[in-house]
Design a protein around this ligand. Structure first.
Ligand code: AMP
Length: 187
């Protein structure tokens, strides 16, 4: 199964991605997590990504694309993956198609976890208090929501036209959402 998981910041995408990756036995590949790990380790990639992440902006496509291309070429991704947080721009959609076709494969499904804006802002502020993520101040959260609406929301229509899109309601408890996702994957 080669799956892309989409959804606005705070929709519970990361948590759900880990659960469905576990249950399918495929790696969970989160571009946000790779950037955060690089930032924590002080690598050149981390330094490059830092200012964008702290402002709630997207890291430039060239940087993100080459990182994803090398991650998807690793052996553990050969039989499937859950891609979380990529693609996020139209240019990244084209790039992902190219990466996968050069690996002789393609996506099976794109799942959009839908969520209510007020609810997700509340969730993110809560997470900011609990985890202290640098990109979780209220101002940055609002910017991230805007950037999602402007740059990533249009991808939903693109994947819908390709016949790959499935929408899953992200409201309710974590377990309820996981059940919906697994049901979608089995159908
Ligand atoms: P996430 O954990 O997926 O919300 O990602 C955290 C941050 O990492 C985002 O706000 C962006 O700054 C950056 N990032 C993650 N994935 C991408 C991507 N596909 N394109 C550009 N920037 C990204």
């Amino acid at each position: 199964m080669r799956i892309v998981l989409m959804g606005p910041p705070g929709a519970g995408k990361g948590t759900q991605a880990v659960k469905i990756a576990d249950s399918l036995g495929v790696p969970h590949i989160s571009t946000g997590e790779i950037f955060r790990a690089n930032l924590a380790a002080g690598t050149p990639l981390g330094l490059e990504a830092k200012r964008y992440m702290e402002a709630g902006e997207y890291v430039p496509d060239e940087v993100t694309n080459s990182m994803v291309a090398s991650r998807l070429a690793e052996a553990d991704a050969a039989n499937g993956f859950i891609l979380d947080g990529y693609p996020r721009t139209l240019a990244q959609v084209g790039e992902l198609d190219g990466i996968l076709s050069s690996l002789g494969t393609q996506l099976d499904k794109v799942i959009e976890i839908t969520a209510d804006t007020d609810e997700v802002v509340a969730r993110l502020l809560n997470r900011a208090q609990e985890q202290g993520r640098a990109d979780d101040t209220e101002e940055v959260i609002r910017r991230r929501m805007d950037v999602y609406a402007e740059q990533t929301e249009p991808l939903v229509a693109v994947y819908s036209e390709k016949g790959l899109l499935v929408k899953v309601d992200g409201m309710g408890t974590m377990d309820e959402v996981t059940k919906r996702l697994l049901a979608t994957l089995e159908s």
